[in-house]
Design a protein around this ligand. Structure first.
Ligand code: NAP
Ligand code: FE
Length: 392
């Protein structure tokens, strides 16, 4: 996870401790690995999708066949709250779970990471998670059903903290999943709008990581392939080619690319963390109920303009990888996918700025040194078409 950056020399430490399996029917084919995780599982899911996409069924069958006991906690909401993980951890402790399986989008997987820590440290209160000072966690198995967060490959758990009016994250090498099982078939049931939202989340992970202050040679290699895959998927995501004309086979190829991009994005931010786009996006999600990926998409165009000078050649390279020459084209394509960002008034911009300032890591990872005034300016610009002068 931690790599050292030495200017002018290639030098890094890279460790990928997650067993990652990526193929169709992955649970059926590789379920024996679940025996390495434990004997009693709590399965974390959302309300419907884990059942609808077939993943829950596959996992239940695999566990039963191997005599692994389990309970299902299916109350994880979008943007899971600390209250929800507290409730799930209570049930897991009562059951005596010795490992956690998160099936779903980022929300159930992230909630599962929190449960893994709270169960292994019964004295901990939920808010202690954010101190990141635990020394134990139950093993985590992650089975993504969206192609967006890459949570199956990161240590991060992002939780909604209602009284702080934002999302906070925690994570250490102990919250990296032990096993990740990726099956593109689980993503087939996602609505096209959610495919686009989550794809843009994965794209921003790759791009933010590539341009991050903390990027290393290794993280760049991983992120670059994700950026390239995004470029390949843009025609599908923007519906330039009518989706009704794409065959089932074509659709599957794109969905596999999206799932791989998502995994790569996770692997990249595992090393570098995210930057200002994510740090700001949480406000759109908390106050405007905008899905996570869409919130990031609304901000990424202005962010690129904002960091353009500091990012220099590296940004040009990233744009070349996805065959763009102008930032405005990236922004326009995302608008086609996700719609236009809501503008915020100046009072709201002030409030969002204060809340963005809490996201210290995202700010310090941003390649352009960023002060409160810069963030407020970005919030005042959000959702507005600016002149070239205003963009500077
Ligand atoms: P999500 O919040 O997990 O799920 C969004 C919606 O999609 C839910 O209503 C869910 O339904 C549905 N859904 C999930 N899989 C589906 C499928 N296969 N078919 C149909 N519907 C499906 O979405 P997400 O974008 O994957 O995760 C977002 C969360 O992850 C945010 O909290 C974000 O902050 C976090 N995040 C974490 C990381 C990380 O590194 N850990 C990185 C980026 C973002 P159900 O409710 O019925 O399941
Ligand atoms: Fe994200």
């Amino acid at each position: 996870m931690q790599e050292e950056k030495i200017m002018g020399a290639i030098s890094f430490f890279y460790k990928q401790p997650i067993d990652i399996y990526f193929e169709e029917n992955v649970v059926e084919k590789h379920a024996d690995v679940l025996k390495q995780a434990g004997t009693k599982a709590i399965i974390m899911t959302g309300r419907y999708s884990a059942k609808a996409c077939g993943a829950l069924d596959d996992v239940q069958q695999a566990l039963t066949a191997r005599n692994i006991k389990y309970i299902v906690f299916d109350e994880v909401e979008n943007n899971p709250s600390t209250d929800t993980v507290e409730k799930a951890a209570g049930q897991a402790k009562e059951f005596g779970a010795d490992f956690v399986i998160g099936i779903g989008g980022g929300s159930p997987i992230d909630a599962g990471k929190a449960v893994a820590v709270l169960c292994a440290n019964p004295q901990m209160q939920v808010m202690d998670l954010f101190q990141n000072q635990f020394e134990r966690a139950l093993p985590i198995v992650a089975i993504p059903t969206t192609a967006g967060t890459g949570s199956e490959a990161t240590q991060y758990s992002v939780l909604l903290v209602k009284d702080k009016e934002t999302k906070l994250s925690f994570g250490s090498k102990l919250t990296l999943p032990k096993i990740a099982l990726l099956d593109v078939r689980y993503t087939y049931s996602i609505s096209f709008q959610s495919v686009k939202n989550t794809a843009v989340d994965a794209f921003t992970h790759c791009l933010e990581s590539y341009l991050s202050n903390r990027s290393t040679r290794m993280s760049e290699i991983i992120a670059a392939e994700g950026i390239r895959l995004y470029g390949e998927c843009v025609p599908y995501l923007t519906e330039y080619k009518s989706r009704t004309h794409s065959s089932e086979e074509e659709e599957k190829i794109v969905k596999e690319k999206l799932m791989l991009m998502s995994l790569l994005g996770g692997m990249a931010i595992q090393i570098t963390g995210v930057t200002l786009v994510h740090g700001m996006g949480y406000c759109y999600t908390f106050f405007n109920q905008i899905p996570h990926g869409q919130a990031n998409g609304f901000l990424v165009g202005d962010y690129l303009t904002y960091i353009q000078e500091s990012a220099g050649e590296k940004l040009k390279k990233a744009m070349e990888m996805m065959q763009y020459t102008e930032i405005k084209d990236i922004k326009e394509d995302i608008e086609i996918m996700l719609g236009k960002a809501p503008a915020v008034d100046s009072e709201t911009a002030k409030k969002y700025t204060e809340l963005t300032m809490i996201q210290k890591g995202s700010i310090s990872n941003t390649v352009r040194p960023t002060a409160r005034e810069d963030i407020e300016k970005l919030w005042n610009q959000a959702g507005r078409n600016q002149t070239k002068e205003e963009q500077k």
